[in-house]
Design a protein around this ligand. Structure first.
Ligand SMILES: Cc1ncc(COP(=O)(O)O)c(C=O)c1O
Length: 423
């Protein structure tokens, strides 16, 4: 296919059939969690109906469970570009990051430093900030409120070869879509002998991830942001983890990736996560012609298909997002927030509308079947820096591959009506 087959994509998502007051729902809430394709629903149901069991036994259901969990790990490895033993699953990104911070702090001494950023979601700040109780010094890279981008000069000066032990940075801002140069951050960390921890939760829906090319030690994301169920996953680079002592039981497997997987996992969630990645691979196989000129050489099998799927979705969404920004910019009272047009960004568009708090605007949109989020989305330092806390934060419109130009027209029209109503 040389164009993106959005009709096919939409046909895969039963939720898109929902109607409110005679109007089909337009889901623009993807940065809070995407909708779920039929094959993921089927995988979850099939697991619970036909294979529900615990692991490592000697009867059919337990052996099938082992195979399904391994499939989830192998699919995630193709999603991230690593070995399957480097991917661990957990409750969600936040919980995995707390586990990680607890493991890394054991290797630190009071006075050691962790670098975090003001652009990040609290999930990649809170676990590190807590280490201050144990004498770890936290350094924060400021954000430039005018461009919603990191201050890289400050970043470079804050990473210290003698003291920095961790550099924690987001791949993309879930509030305004800024994509950070995480390879640069990982390089700074490496040169200082520190670990790099990348929060890829928002980015994961918007472009292919290649952990080897990024050169990071840890990268975390959540399957519910890319069509899967509510489970989190973490890449931990083989070689970065040998001496670490994560919280775990002596009875669990002591090797990667299981050493990070405490308790019984959400098996049906992992079944769905594997199916979500297969769904992306299916998109890639259907749209390989769209992605061919951007596909790195040497990729094979599902990894190649996943990268093609992400590139095709990105190529579809980026012009839609640009069109949306242009239209919103022309509506009286709208202020857009995000990086300059020339900077890398996801298809997430955030704005305020004079005369409305973000909540009031999202309620009015919601009544028209347009689902968009309001608030700070836990990216609270950024929203503080933008001076928007009192106004209830931002109105956030997040695109996913199932959104259409027609839905965006509805959103623009509704925003225009709201703007007129107070002028
Ligand atoms: C950028 C970013 N990081 C981290 C998180 C937290 O992820 P989880 O809900 O899996 O803990 C989110 C959730 O919205 C997010 O958008």
């Amino acid at each position: 296919m040389s164009h993106f087959d959005v009709a096919y994509v939409r046909s895969q998502f039963p939720a898109l059939r929902r109607v409110i007051d005679g109007r089909p729902v337009a889901y623009f809430d993807a940065p809070g969690g995407t909708q779920t394709p039929q094959r993921v629903l089927d995988a979850v149901t099939d697991y619970l109906v036909n294979h529900n069991s615990n692991t490592h036994g000697f009867f059919a259901a337990t052996e099938e469970t082992d195979a399904i969990l391994e499939h989830a790990h192998r699919a995630a490895a193709d999603f991230l570009g690593c070995d399957w033993t480097e991917v661990s699953y957990g409750a969600n990104m936040t919980t995995l990051n707390y586990l990680l911070s607890e493991a890394l702090v054991r290797e630190m001494e009071p006075g050691d430093e962790v670098v975090i950023t003001a652009l990040d979601h609290e999930a990649n700040r809170g676990p590190w900030l807590r280490l201050a109780e144990r004498g770890i010094v936290i350094r924060e890279v400021p954000v430039d409120a005018a461009t919603c981008t990191l201050d890289w000069e400050a970043f470079e000066s804050l990473v210290n070869p003698n003291r920095t032990k961790v550099v924690a940075v987001g791949y993309a801002s879930n509030a305004v879509g800024t994509v950070n140069d995480v390879a640069r951050a990982a390089k700074l960390a490496r040169e200082a002998g520190a670990w790099s921890v990348v929060d890829a939760v928002h980015y994961a829906l918007h472009g292919p991830i290649d952990v080897r090319a990024l050169g990071c030690d840890f990268l975390l994301c959540s399957a519910y942001k890319f069509f899967g169920p509510h489970v989190g996953l973490m890449y931990a680079r083989a070689g970065a983890t040998e001496h670490l002592e994560p919280l775990r039981l002596r009875t669990q497997e002591q090797r990667a990736p299981f050493i990070w997987e405490t308790g019984t996992l959400n098996h049906e969630g992992l079944a769905g996560a594997g199916a979500a990645i297969d769904f992306i691979a299916d998109l890639g196989e259907r749209h390989v012609a769209m992605a061919r000129d951007r596909l790195p050489a040497g990729l094979r099998g599902r990894r190649r298909a996943v990268v093609a799927g992400m590139l095709a979705a990105e190529a579809y969404e980026q012009p839609l997002a640009q069109w949306l920004r242009e239209q919103l910019a022309g509506i009286p009272g709208v202020t857009l927030y995000g990086p300059p047009e020339s900077s890398p960004r996801t298809s997430t568009v955030s704005f305020t509308l004079d005369g409305f708090t973000a909540e009031q605007a999202c309620r009015a949109l919601g009544a028209r079947g347009i689902f968009a989020w309001d608030g700070h989305f836990y990216a609270i330092r950024l929203v503080e820096a933008l001076g928007l806390i009192e106004r209830g934060g931002l109105i956030r419109v997040g695109l996913a591959p199932y959104n259409t130009a027609g839905e965006l027209e509805r959103l623009v029209e509704a925003t225009r009506d709201l703007s007129r109503s107070v002028r």
